[in-house]
Design a protein around this ligand. Structure first.
Ligand SMILES: [Zn+2]
Ligand SMILES: [Zn+2]
Length: 386
């Protein structure tokens, strides 16, 4: 039986990528198309949905196409959850990293039993040179567009603005590198086994990690903030207080120490050359080792996190398990929606790459495209089904 104890309609609930877009109202033909394409996928690939352990202790949530976030749902089994996903064919589906006594109760009454440690790494947060060339902003009201940086209000009509980040191998490669750094911290510095770490492509422009190591389950927000802070390195490059003090008297070489001390020791040793200041070498080491994670995700113990194997609400790509980071093609492998062609009217959309093919740029035109390529334009309200 489906238990619904509360439905959040307020924009303060997160994550709510669609609900926040006040101006995006999709017409009924477009909404029907999106629901149909997502439903088709779930009917064929329900077995791709990957549930965490203890499904009956998890909180679930979803965002329907054209609607607001619904959360505080619980299911007795994977089968029940799949049935509901098939019935709703939602824009996005989420599941808590926490286990609860009463997962469908309001937050204060859920009875928190612990949560896996999670990480979110997004290319948007990693500075790359190429962003200037492929990121644009657009107006959600009049669909005017321009180059970054994005103005708060549309320069044409004062309407609300949003970003379109390009689908770029350099940016996605940077996100992957940072995800691998997190894995290195977890395995080398925290003693987590590789088997306990699940790496996922996020379905958009980054990676998620879920850590099934019991030692972290009961960690509170402050403890999680410490883990996040450690992985992100010192807040300012000049701050070296995180380094372990060298042992007094006949101290062993610094590289025999653990954690950041060892990392800095090894890397400074490797870069040592006449004229380079120690301070600069330490700063370079930190920059090359730290991982840019979204600390607010790691510290949130009541998070509902995108359910693995489900579709992203904007891109239509799958949040997909990555078994081998070296062999994963983030512009192709997660493109799982139908190739069925659809005629759409596009107001504006920049050039993008999906499934090893280039599309666009588009400007006030009608185009016939595979469903997977039409979806990101339709969900953003920049195109409609013709
Ligand atoms: Zn505008
Ligand atoms: Zn890029």
């Amino acid at each position: 039986m489906l238990l619904v104890s509360a439905i959040d309609l307020g924009p303060s609930t997160h994550p709510h990528p669609q609900a926040s877009r006040g101006w995006v109202t999709l017409n009924s033909t477009t909404l029907a198309f999106l629901r149909q394409v997502y439903r088709e996928y779930y009917f064929r690939h329900a077995d791709a949905i990957e549930f965490p352990d203890d499904v009956d202790a998890r909180e679930f949530g979803y965002i329907p196409f054209g609607g607001y976030m619904v959360r505080h749902l619980s299911f007795k089994s994977e089968g029940e959850a799949i049935a509901e996903i098939l019935r709703q064919s939602p824009s996005s589906a989420y599941c808590s990293n926490a286990r609860y006594e009463h997962p469908a109760a309001p937050i204060e009454e859920k009875g928190w039993l612990g949560a896996e440690l999670i990480f979110d790494i997004d290319a948007t947060d990693i500075p790359t040179q190429c962003k200037k060339s492929h990121d644009v902003w657009y107006c959600e009201k009049c669909h005017f567009s321009g180059k970054q940086p994005r103005p708060q209000k549309c320069t044409n009509c004062d309407g609300p603005t949003a970003d379109i980040h390009g689908t770029c191998e350099v940016c996605l490669g940077a996100a992957r590198a940072h995800a691998l750094r997190v894995i290195d911290f977890l395995t080398t510095d925290f003693g987590v086994t590789h088997e306990a770490i699940r790496l996922y492509f996020s379905g958009n422009r980054g990676y998620h990690l879920q850590v099934y190591d019991e030692r972290f389950y009961l960690l509170n927000q402050l403890g999680r903030a410490e883990v996040a802070g450690y992985i992100m390195g010192p807040p300012s490059p000049g701050d070296q207080s995180f380094l372990l003090p060298a042992k007094q008297g006949g101290s062993p070489p610094i590289m025999e120490e653990a954690g950041w001390t060892r990392r800095v020791g090894e890397h400074v040793e490797a870069q040592r050359e006449p004229g380079r200041s120690a301070k600069k070498m330490i700063a370079d080491t930190i920059a090359s080792q730290m991982a840019r994670i979204d600390a607010s995700v790691t510290t949130d113990i009541h998070r509902i996190f995108r359910l693995a194997g489900t579709l992203h609400g904007t891109t239509g790509m799958s949040k997909m398990r990555v078994v081998s980071a070296d062999n994963f093609n983030s512009l192709k492998d997660p493109v799982v929606l139908s190739e069925r062609r659809v005629l759409i009217k596009v107001d504006f959309y920049p050039r993008f790459r999906m499934n090893d093919r280039d599309f666009g740029p588009f400007s006030s035109e009608t185009a016939e495209l595979p469903a997977y390529a039409a979806v990101p334009m339709l969900t953003r309200g920049l195109a409609e089904v013709a």
